[in-house]
Design a protein around this ligand. Structure first.
Ligand SMILES: Nc1ncnc2c1ncn2[C@@H]1O[C@H](COP(=O)(O)OP(=O)(O)OP(=O)(O)O)[C@@H](O)[C@H]1O
Length: 273
């Protein structure tokens, strides 16, 4: 087990008055930035029946931070993201996103998050454009038709947009899911293997979106097996193993080689490399 170098930073964030709910309601990113850790979990536990997926996860992620959630298959990365997105209920412990208590204030959480996950969360019987227009309506966006057209162009789906999503290839679905993410302008992004099935152009677009979002104070949790990707994109690496955070450090505090050899010592194989 490697001691967390993040404890100090988290403690600093937590010293601030995290009376989360009211302060997080501010639409001002600057306000949000000063007052509330973007993501915080305490002793988070999840059992699926008799199987433990998370065994007590404590995490604190600051505004504007990109955290790579690394770890082998079955480590609990998706489960953690699904809990934060309000899609799975934890067995014990607590989690907050932008100050909103997951489980107690699902509406608040949904308002600030953007998710890219294995299931695309798209309506298969609607067209690509209809999916985005529906999302825009739910978000109460102004100029929704115009903004939908903009993001469709951005992800290169203008001509395919009138087709039903069930006819899309998996890469086109990923692009549409990316368009939905961009449309949402989330404050906290929960991305599960987000580069899977994206071609080079779409991957580049996602990378740029992550970086501009970061500059605007958006926080990202990025689950991946790919250590190289983590080191390219993230400020900080947290390694999950068998439902526990076994390593948590800034990118500048550890080299890719040492992290790789540290975990190969424990016999873990990193996928995708
Ligand atoms: N719905 C479910 N029902 C039962 N067990 C589950 C369910 N979802 C996940 N698990 C189990 O929980 C553990 C953690 O799974 P999870 O998908 O969170 O890991 P992961 O790190 O995201 O893995 P991968 O990299 O393969 O996606 C695994 O042992 C998995 O089999």
């Amino acid at each position: 087990m490697v001691a967390s170098s993040r404890a100090v930073v988290c403690a600093m964030a937590l010293e601030l008055p995290c009376s989360g709910f009211q302060m997080a309601r501010s639409d001002e990113v600057g306000e949000f930035r000063r007052t509330v850790p973007a993501v915080e979990t305490r002793a988070l536990v999840k059992w699926y029946g008799a199987h433990p997926a998370l065994r007590g996860v404590d995490l604190c992620v600051g505004p504007g931070e990109i955290l790579a959630l690394l770890g082998p298959n079955g480590a609990g990365k998706s489960t953690l993201l699904r809990i934060l997105a309000g899609l799975v209920r934890p067995t014990a412990g607590s989690a907050q996103v932008a100050g909103f208590e997951v489980g107690r204030n699902g509406e608040g959480v949904r308002r600030v998050i953007g998710v890219l996950a294995h299931g695309h969360q798209l309506y298969e019987t609607l067209t690509g454009r209809e999916n985005l227009l529906f999302a825009a309506t739910m978000l109460g966006l102004d100029r929704s038709a115009e903004r939908v057209a903009e993001v469709l162009a951005k992800v290169g789906l203008e001509t395919a947009a009138e087709g039903r999503v069930r006819t899309f290839s998996s890469g086109m679905k990923r692009r549409l899911a990316l368009a939905k993410l961009i449309l949402r302008e989330p404050k906290v992004m929960l991305l599960d293997e987000p580069f899977t099935n994206l071609d080079l152009k779409a991957a580049k677009l996602l990378e740029e979106f992550l970086m501009t979002s970061k500059a605007a104070g958006v926080t990202t949790l990025l689950a991946t097996h790919d250590l190289t990707l983590g080191f390219t994109m993230a400020d900080r690496m947290a390694v999950l193993q068998q439902g526990r955070v076994v390593f948590d450090a800034g990118r500048d505090e550890v080299s890719q080689e040492s992290l790789r050899s540290l975990f190969s010592i424990h016999g873990e194989l990193w996928g995708g490399e």
